[in-house]
Ligand binder design. Structure first.
Ligand SMILES: *Cc1c(COP(=O)(O)O)cnc(C)c1O
Length: 476
């Protein structure tokens, strides 16, 4: 062991005391590491840790060198270097379909079906009954048909792809009529006018930002018009003096003029969420019942399944879409088909709480408050911490249900010495990373998006946060 920290240890002395790479790698824990990740990577991470130590010595921020601390640093660095970049995190933000955190977590059954389909061979494109080539569409089409009453259904990579593919198949070189109130941009640079342009269709804007009537659509129709497009406004809401034609009116206009009515529903809500206070999401089945020819929606928003874009509707337009060579470029793999098939099966069986996103939406504030109370008591027992409950809001996110929130019970966590920003950072840098919310200098945890089994991990993270600081980075 090195001598205890004294301010008399000069930088030169400390630099001389830095152990050699080989010496460190000969420590039992690191020998084991070397066996696990290989000599080259072990040397690389050790060198990196020693270089950072040298830098800190030069800055005068090191009091003492401890080989034990170095060993821990090297093991931590090796976990990062040899570990995956994509890793699970705990979402304590209360944003259910958090786009940056992978939107919807998929159901356990979906996961199991996916593993089963991925680990071996499957009848992905094989008709077992007739012993001949089949189509990958059948697996999901059957279920979407039953659930939504669609004659045909196709699955592509995401809803952006579904809209692009549908417009290209149905209106390339022709005109598509869209209300100015629906020319939206959603995150990730998906803009309706741009997608329309890329599809080769010509956009014909009608109405105004806040008011569009069915007569505005009618007046824009000419011999080049093929599609009336209705778009769910997703992530914004126009309030006040507004008007939008009812779907029935557009269906009737499309019929009369022999045009197709297409609706981009965005979030893929399949059930009525009005009981949860969610008003603006019209279930996809209702649009088809009302007479829309084609609807498109995402698989990983309110539907709560894997990333996918679903096209459903009438036979004729869907068959044209299926024949488009672009379909081949946008189609999904067996993993997505398996996860989506299992997710839709859960809907058909009415077991909505088996779908994580729906379960999180449907938990009541009171249920969350009970958990939050127990959780806050445990956090308050961690040295330096206090936790209290406060009424607040969770959001669904993922560009759905704008302006609508779910009531929740938040846990406000504070620390005797450290700011909310420091708390946030400490938890974010943990293993697994835990993401909370910082609002007005307060650190907030919303248990709505946290599994009960994850509560223990969060409490442990608070226990460990700030409890030890490595001696060679401790400041003087
Ligand atoms: C989210 C959304 C899209 C894009 O869906 P992705 O599945 O993310 O590609 C398109 N249109 C609307 C209205 C949306 O809300």
């Amino acid at each position: 062991m090195d001598s205890p920290a004294t301010s008399s240890q000069s930088a030169a002395t400390l630099l001389r005391r830095i152990p050699a790479v080989d010496e460190l790698l000969n420590r039992p824990a690191l020998r084991e590491l070397e066996e696990r990740i290989g000599h080259r990577l072990a040397v690389e991470v050790t060198r990196k840790v020693l270089q950072s130590l040298r830098d800190r010595i030069s800055q005068g921020s090191v009091a003492e060198i401890s080989p034990e601390e170095l060993e821990q640093e090297i093991l931590k660095e090796a976990r990062t270097a040899a570990g995956f970049s994509l890793q699970p995190v705990i979402n304590a933000t209360g944003v259910i379909l958090h786009t940056n955190l992978g939107r919807a977590p998929i159901a356990r059954e979906a996961l199991e079906h996916l593993v089963e389909a991925a680990a071996g061979y499957s009848n992905l494109e094989y008709d077992l009954e007739h012993g001949e080539r089949g189509k990958r569409d059948v697996h999901t089409e059957r279920l979407v048909g039953r659930l939504l009453g669609a004659e045909r259904a196709l699955v592509v990579n995401n809803n952006a792809a579904a809209v692009l593919l549908a417009l290209n198949s149905l209106a390339e070189g022709a005109e598509v009529v869209v209300s100015r109130g629906e020319l939206i941009e959603i995150g990730g640079s998906f803009r309706i006018p741009d997608v329309c342009a890329k599809s080769g269709a010509v956009l014909r804007e009608v109405g105004t930002t806040n008011r569009t009537r069915v007569g505005d659509y009618a007046a824009a129709i000419n011999e080049r018009t093929r599609v009336l497009l209705r778009v769910h406004p997703s992530n914004f809401r126009v309030v006040g003096f507004t008007e939008r034609p009812a779907l029935d009116e557009l269906v009737e206009l499309a019929r009369r003029q022999n045009l197709l009515l297409m609706e981009d529903l965005g979030s893929g809500c399949l059930i009525d969420l009005r009981q949860q206070g969610i008003q603006d999401e019209s279930p996809a089945g209702l649009s088809l019942q009302a007479g829309a020819d084609v609807v498109t929606f995402s698989g990983d928003k309110l539907l709560g399944g894997p990333q996918a874009g679903i096209l459903a509707g009438k036979r004729e337009p869907l068959e044209r879409i299926r024949k488009n060579p672009m379909f081949r470029a946008l189609r999904v793999d067996k993993l997505t088909i398996a996860a989506l098939e299992a997710t839709i099966s859960i809907y058909l069986q009415g077991r909505l709480d088996s779908i994580p996103a729906l379960r999180m939406i449907r938990i009541s504030k009171d249920q969350i408050a009970v958990r939050a109370g127990r959780f806050a008591a445990r956090v308050s027992a961690c040295p330096g911490f206090t936790a209290a409950l406060r009424d607040g809001e969770s959001v669904i996110g993922g560009g759905s249900t704008p302006g609508q929130a779910l009531e929740t019970s938040l846990v406000v966590v504070s620390h005797r010495q450290h700011s909310a920003a420091k708390l946030e950072e400490a938890l974010r840098h943990g293993n697994p990373p835990i993401l909370g919310r910082v609002e007005h200098d307060e650190f907030l945890i919303d248990l709505r998006t946290v599994n009960e089994s994850e509560e223990e991990i969060i409490v442990q993270a608070f226990e460990k946060a700030f409890s030890h600081q490595s001696s060679f980075i401790s400041s003087r």
